[in-house]
Design a binder for this molecule. Sequence first.
Ligand code: ASP
Length: 434
Amino acid sequence: MKVCKFGGTSMADSDAIEAVVKIINDDSSRRFIVVSAPGKRFRSDTKITDALYNYFATGCENFDFIKNRFSEIAEGLGLGEDVSALLDGVKDDIKRNGYKDFAASRGEYLSARLLASKLGAEFIDADALIRFDGDGNLLLDESLAIIKNRLKGVRVAVLPGFYGSMPDGRIKTFSRGGSDITGAIVARAVGASVYENWTDVDGFLAADPRIVRNPDIIECLNFGELRELAYMGAEVLHPESIYPVRHVGIPINIKNTFNPSHPGTMIVADCKVPMGKRTVTGIAGKKGFTIINIEKDMMNGEIGFGRRALQVLEEENISFEHMPSGIDTLSVVLRDEYLPKNLTHLVSRLEDALKPDKIEVHSGLSLIATVGHNMAARQGTAARLFKALGDSNINVRMIDQGSSEMNIIVGVDTFDYEKAINAIYYGFKNCPEE
Ligand code: ASP
């Protein structure tokens, strides 16, 4: 049995939804369908979720855009029933309920209602299935038990993604892109053989296509690699959507609604790409970091040095990303968005707490992660990576290798960022051993 989640572009208009219907009807094991709200049809278009946030923020004045989008979809799908009453009801409900999450949730609600009607399948609302506590934390076990029970004996059902409810009955949404999480929870609850996540690309790309031209599609990656790549900025799935399925061994298959015969990307617990086939699974990176280098003679013998450095950060409410260290040096890599505008205060606090010989701030740093589960067992990977960077005249400012040995992170000057990603990508791709 498969659980399928269709994202915003797959639900954007009636043509896309016809493709969704075909995909579902082509495989009778596709039984539980989770949908997003209609997304963009073209670049400058507005996603329904954004239109709903805007509608609510502007005092629930003009519902026309939202009403027209759904009316057009219903008409294009040839749904005989009068959706106008449904849409007017939703409009009134948003006004009456008067809170943001409720308004935002109606995109998924309407999307699921229309698809269920087109398929002749049951519509099952998510408010009673996905449960949050009073502080808005997901109650995973409780939700799993409710869903399992509710879907028992149901042949095919369509469920809205993105939201659930709190103990007082109020709707609560996940963060943006959260329908991915709903799909993962449903997949776990029903013990799906696979969680198909349908989107508008053929799969997870080995590098950002805005930087590397036509990067390869990753056929298979494991959850650890996905976590590392997603953390470093590769976008396809909501990062929280892996937790419900990861430990129970349900694979996620990223598929393209507009090219359904493409196998897409398989994300599995243990992806065994034969040795000799591929060292690097993917490359991802992020701009906007600052590194603070702290130097002090005999630092390595000074007990509590690292703790004091981290304590200053904690007291200043700054989270750190990496902390590479040498014999008498320690560096902290911080995300610019978490830093105060003026760093003088932070530096003087570090000086007071650590009495260093030298402290140096270097901003304009970008981090690049080169990720691959085969890297740990393969000699020469780091050599190849640094040769590629060296051959392109890129100065490496920082190096960090996670203990899983599945990831080498390098810090480069932001002006070298794109060049560095291309250098690494082609450094591995063009290598005769790959
Ligand atoms: N519609 C919501 C959003 O735009 C949730 C989702 O699509 O997953 O973020």
